[in-house]
Write a protein that binds this ligand. Structure first.
Ligand code: DP6
Length: 350
């Protein structure tokens, strides 16, 4: 993408500085699962997510003009993490084509999350997007005329190169990534804010996250995406995801909560079906994930409340429902579901 290249040949900047940026996690309603072969971080289908309040990463990026060799140190929650360096180095390498100035500095990255790392809550999304935002702040120091629109667009473009879902975390609200014929402006290189009418019911949704399992995932999503390459059902899945996007557009417009629920639950179970039918196969759900899902279905039948689940690449459950129904539902969650959880995180869709 030509316009994202940093073209300035000469620039001046303070020899060192510190930038802090915060970025929210997101939960996909239509899932990104599978990438194009032989292309870097291009999704096989379009996806859409809600960015989440209360669930975020704060990144502090300290930079210093490089005197000799490049150096990078990474701290997570105050502790130095050399194990994070390869992924960040790969990210820096990928984006250095678009941010050539990165080669002039040494960096210290300090970061913390408000949620458990590698538990199925998209920590790579919020951490890569907050890092991308920090980097774009450096670029802004070099190009004073840089507009906010461009800053966010390029931050999303860069974040995508770190982790696909991270490109959606740059924006609040409903965010689309991946080219879709019915969504104007949607593209594979960066995310955009959902551009069409959203019924008010979908602008104030609660997301209560049930942490069923805090241990790091056995199959990381980057490996999981690869398993879609030779997956027997991949083609159908990608077609279906795009059809679901069309359905979601009309659901969001008319405010049909029940259809919304059916769609997001089907998407979540499809994602899990994909990993269960990969080679090698895997099950992310734990017994308590299933206990929660069945409880949600029973409760919904009996109470007629609009509460629906979605899942990420892990055992945890996201419960989505309109804020108007929160009082009743949250009481039920603590009384009937707490037993199955390690922790409950009360979040909301931004
Ligand atoms: C299941 O964005 O973590 O959360 O691009 O390899 O870093 P990489 O994958 P990642 O995949 C997220 C997959 C998902 C669904 C989604 O968020 O759309």
């Amino acid at each position: 993408m030509k316009s994202f290249f940093f073209k300035k040949k000469k620039y001046s900047i303070d020899s060192n500085g510190v930038i802090t940026r915060k970025s929210h996690s997101n939960i996909a309603l239509i899932k990104y699962w599978g990438k194009h072969k032989n292309k870097i971080q291009i999704p096989s289908n379009s996806s859409i997510s809600y960015s989440l309040g209360e669930v975020y990463t704060v990144t502090r990026l300290s930079y210093e003009i490089k005197k000799r060799n490049f150096s990078l140190r990474v701290f997570f929650s105050g502790k130095e993490k050399t194990s994070f360096i390869p992924k960040i180095l790969e990210f820096f390498h990928r984006i250095s084509f678009y941010c050539s100035y990165l080669r002039d500095f040494n960096f210290i990255i300090e970061t913390y999350n408000t949620f458990p790392h590698s538990s199925g809550i998209a920590s790579s999304a919020s951490s890569m997007s907050s890092l991308a935002l920090c980097i774009m702040e450096i670029e802004k120091k070099l190009v004073s005329s840089l507009k906010k629109d461009f800053l966010l667009k390029k931050a999303s473009f860069l974040a995508r190169l770190g982790s696909g879902s991270a490109c959606r975390s740059i924006y609040p609200g409903l965010v689309v990534w991946g080219s879709h014929q019915s969504i104007k402006g949607s593209n594979n290189l960066y995310a955009i804010q959902y551009p069409y009418k959203i019924h008010p019911i979908f602008t104030k949704m609660v997301d209560t996250i049930l942490i069923i399992d805090e241990t790091p995932k056995k199959i990381l999503s980057s490996k999981g995406h690869q398993l879609m390459k030779n997956h027997p059902y991949a083609k159908e899945r990608f077609k279906n995801a795009n059809k679901n996007m069309d359905r979601l557009i009309s659901i969001l417009k008319i405010g049909d909560l029940q259809e919304f629920g059916k769609l997001i639950e089907h998407e979540a179970l499809t994602l899990h079906a994909m990993i269960m039918t990969s080679r090698p196969y895997f099950i992310w759900m734990k017994p308590n994930t299933l206990n929660v899902l069945h409880n949600v279905w029973d409760f919904r039948m009996q109470s007629k409340k609009n509460i629906y689940f979605t899942l990420d690449a892990g055992a945890n459950v996201h419960l989505l429902y309109p804020i108007q129904e929160k009082k009743y539902i949250i009481k039920w969650i603590y009384s009937d579901l707490f037993f199955y959880c390690k922790k409950i995180i009360e979040s909301f869709c931004l």
